[in-house]
Design a protein around this ligand. Structure first.
Ligand code: PLP
Length: 481
């Protein structure tokens, strides 16, 4: 039998060969795009990688490690906290038992959740007091959907079962996540998914840009389109409510940015209308802040930016600073009370073996320490101003291959011009991916939608280099549209 020591003497070539023979990578057509890089180590925004030829290079992480990383890679403080915890307690069966890291994490995150709701100023805004742990973003959504469904069931509202979701949304890859996602990706799994009522995305799809518009006119056009899309979405929801009165259990939304669906932005006004409508019709509002949570849109949470409080909020990704997988679903006291009963049948029937894993909770607390002490929202503000300065410039905004440029918080998006509507499979995607790799930057475009989303601690020089390179690469693209 092969010993561990022998394994560690393998050449890079041999490692790639084992990877290609035995590992199946996510969201990857491996025949077309086999894995080409092995990451040896990482520090802050830098990944130290080896390619298939054995060449060592550095890449700037321009996607925050699949949107999870906010303090940079291998942060000394988080590393130390996890090391301390690992010698104390590594796992707890979380039914009937609890532990300090879980208690501390919930107590601290709870305090920065949205509290003020400007659509409900005359009543006390509901407080998101109660947390349920799970393992990742998808399961935090799964928990939210099941919680909303059983909330009505426990109160004998057997008719309130329908769910509203939005086209172009993404809520994960478990069955509940897929069923509520309005993406093309799940067509093979239709038979597994439960029915959901989809309404138009509150963020518009932009067609070819009208070249006769000035920059200011085009910006105004975008604003108007966003307003129009939000109104259309609300209109469709109202129609559904009229058609099926008292049948809806919940509405699920990615507030402010639909991430995987194309980094599409909508307005705070839309979110307020949605909150008002859901409350008036006794429908729970689930905010999936798996991607937007912890500063990405500029405030702690996108709902805070819109000044609304949802009934349920889903958190993951940056929750542990990008260290360990964990999901947290917070709900209001009102929801929890519908489960709190002498009847064992009314308990929430959900749980995972790794619920509230102490190591993940410790990473979460350490990440929270840094997020507050080191004022990460100020870092986001700085990144945002640099992005605007570099990208919202006439030469880029008026470039024939730029359909539009949008920036929110620490997310910059350049939608490139094609003959059609924006599309995940557009060939711009793989081409730009390669181009940026050759310039030492990891970006993973969604088809013709290029986005840049670095860790909040990215160095100024790396930030400037990425923005300069994005500009250069776009300027040099052959105009063939
Ligand atoms: C808004 C949103 N919800 C849920 C998920 C699923 O999270 P995970 O990949 O951790 O399961 C994602 C992942 O990108 C997401 O962006």
């Amino acid at each position: 039998m092969q010993s561990l020591a022998e394994f560690h003497t393998k050449t890079t070539n041999q490692l790639f060969s084992i990877d290609h023979s035995n590992i199946w990578h996510p969201f990857t057509q491996e025949k077309l795009y086999p894995t080409k890089f092995l990451v040896k180590s990482a520090k802050n925004e830098m990944l130290n990688v080896i390619d298939e030829t054995g060449k060592e290079t550095q890449l700037i992480d321009g996607v925050s490690s699949w949107w999870v990383n906010i303090h940079g890679h291998c942060n000394k403080y988080i590393n130390e906290k996890i090391k301390e915890q690992i010698d104390k307690l590594e796992h707890v069966m979380f039914a009937g038992f609890t532990h300090e890291p879980a208690i501390e994490l919930v107590d601290r995150v709870r305090r920065i959740l949205p509290r003020v709701d400007m659509t409900n100023l005359h009543d006390t805004a509901p407080t998101l007091n109660r947390a349920f742990f799970s393992d990742n973003g998808s399961t935090s959504v799964e928990v939210a959907i099941k919680m909303a469904t059983q909330f009505w069931h426990n109160q004998n509202f057997e008719n309130k079962k329908r769910i509203i979701a939005f086209k172009d949304s993404y809520h994960g890859d478990t069955v509940g996540g897929m069923s509520t996602s309005g993406t093309f990706m799940n067509s093979a799994f239709k038979s597994l998914m439960f029915p959901v009522d989809f309404v138009s995305s509150p963020a518009p799809n932009f067609g070819r840009r009208d070249k006769n518009l000035s920059i200011a006119e085009h910006e105004l056009f975008i604003e108007k389109e966003i307003e129009k899309a939000g109104k259309q979405s609300i209109k469709e929801i109202e129609k559904l409510l009229e058609l099926h009165p008292n049948k809806f259990s919940c509405i699920i939304i990615e507030p402010l940015i639909q991430g995987s669906g194309g980094m599409k932005f909508h307005s705070v006004e839309f979110l307020r209308s949605l909150r008002k409508l859901s409350r008036e019709n006794n429908i729970l509002l689930i905010a999936d802040e798996v991607f937007t949570g912890f500063g990405r849109t500029g405030d702690d949470f996108a709902c805070k930016e819109a000044i609304i409080v949802p009934d349920i909020i889903c958190l993951s990704k940056a929750l542990t600073g990008g260290y360990l997988p964990m999901g947290l679903t917070f709900c209001t006291d009102e929801i929890y009370e519908a489960f709190y009963s002498d009847s064992r049948l009314k308990a929430f029937f959900h749980g995972h073996s790794y619920t509230a894993n102490p190591l993940a909770c410790t990473a979460g607390i350490a990440s929270f320490d840094l997020y507050t002490k080191e004022k990460r929202l100020d870092d986001v503000k700085f990144i945002n101003s640099k992005m605007i300065q570099a990208l919202k410039m006439p030469d880029l905004l008026l470039h024939p291959l730029v359909r539009n440029i949008r920036i929110m918080g620490a997310v910059a998006v350049v939608e490139l011009e094609t003959q059609k509507e924006s599309n995940y499979f557009d060939e711009f995607g793989p081409m730009l991916y390669q181009k940026f790799l050759s310039k030492g930057i990891l970006l993973r475009p969604l088809g013709n939608t290029l986005y840049f989303m670095p860790p909040y601690t990215i160095s100024v020089s790396a930030l400037e280099y990425c923005l300069k390179t994005i500009k250069e690469v776009i300027s040099e693209l052959e105009y063939t549209v």
